[in-house]
Design a protein around this ligand. Structure first.
Ligand SMILES: C[S@@+](CC[C@H](N)C(=O)[O-])C[C@H]1O[C@@H](n2cnc3c(N)ncnc32)[C@H](O)[C@@H]1O
Length: 250
C-alpha cells in the first residue's frame, strides 16, 4: 500500500469522524470490521489453497530467504510472509502455531513481531521449535512481544498510587479516561478485532518477561540469545512496551 493511499484513507476517516456522532462513528467502524471479515472469509480459501502453493513453488528455488511471521499491513522488504489470515501481501496462509509448510532450514532470518502472544502460552516450546526447524544454521530468529513484566509492574504501580508510568504508553482504545485497569486489560488481553468476537486471532493468549522469553528461545535450541534494541525493529515499533529477543541457530 503506498503512502498516498494510506494518507487518503486517513483523511477520509478523519473527515468522517469529525462529521459523525460518536454513536454513528462506532456503527460505521463495526460495519467496516464486518465487511472486512466477510471479504476475508471469501479470500481465505483462495490464499490458503491457491496462492500458498503457488508461492511455495515460486519461492522454493530462491537461495537466500527470509520470513516474517504475522506481518502488519505492509511487507518488510525482502521478507516472505506467513499469516493465519489472508491479506494481499501475505504469501502463505498458515497457522504459525502448527506445522508450517516449509522444509527444514529454509530461512536465513525469521522475524516475528507481536505474534507469539497470539498463540497459547502452554504451547510455546512446541511453536518455537517449529520456527527453529525452518531456520537455517547460523540464521537468526527475532521475536518481539509486549513486555508483560513492565505492563504488570506499571499496573500495580498505578493502582497503588506509586506512579503513572503507564501513561507513557499509547494504547487508549476504549479508554478515554486513561484508567489504569482498562489499560492493563487492553494490554494483557488485547482487543481481538474490536467487536468482542470470540476466536479472532488478535486476542492475546500469553504474557512474557525477558527472562522467560530468553528461556523459551533456549529451550527451542537457539544460542547467542540477546535483547534487541529499537534499531532492530523492522516493521511497526510498538514503543514503550516492546520487548525483543534474538537467538541464533547453531
Ligand atoms: C498484532 S499483529 C502484529 C503485526 C505486526 N507484525 C506488528 O508487529 O505490528 C498480529 C499478527 O499476527 C497474526 N497472527 C495471529 N495469530 C497467528 C498465527 N497463529 N499464525 C500466523 N499469524 C498469526 C495476525 O493475523 C496479525 O497479522
Amino acid at each position: 500500500m503506498s503512502f498516498g493511499v494510506v494518507g487518503a484513507k486517513k483523511s477520509i476517516s478523519q473527515f468522517l469522524r469529525s462529521r459523525l456522532s460518536e454513536r454513528s462513528w462506532s456503527a460505521l467502524e463495526r460495519s467496516v470490521i464486518r465487511a472486512r471479515r466477510f471479504a476475508k472469509i471469501v479470500a481465505h480459501p483462495y490464499g490458503r489453497f491457491v496462492k500458498t502453493p503457488i508461492k511455495l513453488h515460486q519461492n522454493g528455488s530462491k537461495v537466500v530467504r527470509m520470513l516474517e511471521i504475522g506481518p502488519g499491513p505492509q511487507r518488510i522488504e525482502g521478507y516472505e510472509t506467513v499469516n493465519v489470515v489472508w491479506a494481499r501481501h501475505v504469501d502463505y496462509v498458515a497457522d504459525a502455531s502448527r506445522k508450517l509448510p516449509f522444509r527444514d532450514a529454509t530461512f536465513r532470518s525469521i522475524y516475528a513481531s507481536h505474534v507469539l502472544e497470539h498463540t497459547a502460552w502452554y504451547r510455546h516450546e512446541e511453536v518455537l521449535k517449529e520456527w527453529v526447524r525452518i531456520l537455517a544454521p547460523g540464521g537468526n530468529l527475532d521475536v518481539w512481544v509486549p513486555n508483560g513484566l513492565k505492563i504488570a509492574k506499571s499496573f500495580v504501580a498505578a493502582e497503588s498510587g506509586e506512579n503513572t508510568d503507564f501513561l507513557e504508553d499509547a494504547w487508549w482504545k476504549f479508554n478515554p479516561d486513561k484508567d489504569p485497569c482498562v489499560w492493563a486489560n487492553g494490554r494483557v488481553f488485547s482487543y481481538g478485532d474490536g467487536t468482542g468476537r470470540v476466536g479472532d486471532p488478535n486476542w492475546h493468549l500469553a504474557l512474557f518477561s525477558e527472562r522467560y522469553l530468553v528461556h523459551l528461545l533456549q529451550r527451542a535450541g537457539l544460542e547467542q540469545i540477546h535483547r534487541l534494541s529499537d534499531e532492530h525493529v523492522l516493521g511497526h515499533n510498538h514503543g514503550w512496551i516492546n520487548l525483543g529477543v534474538r537467538g541464533v541457530r547453531p
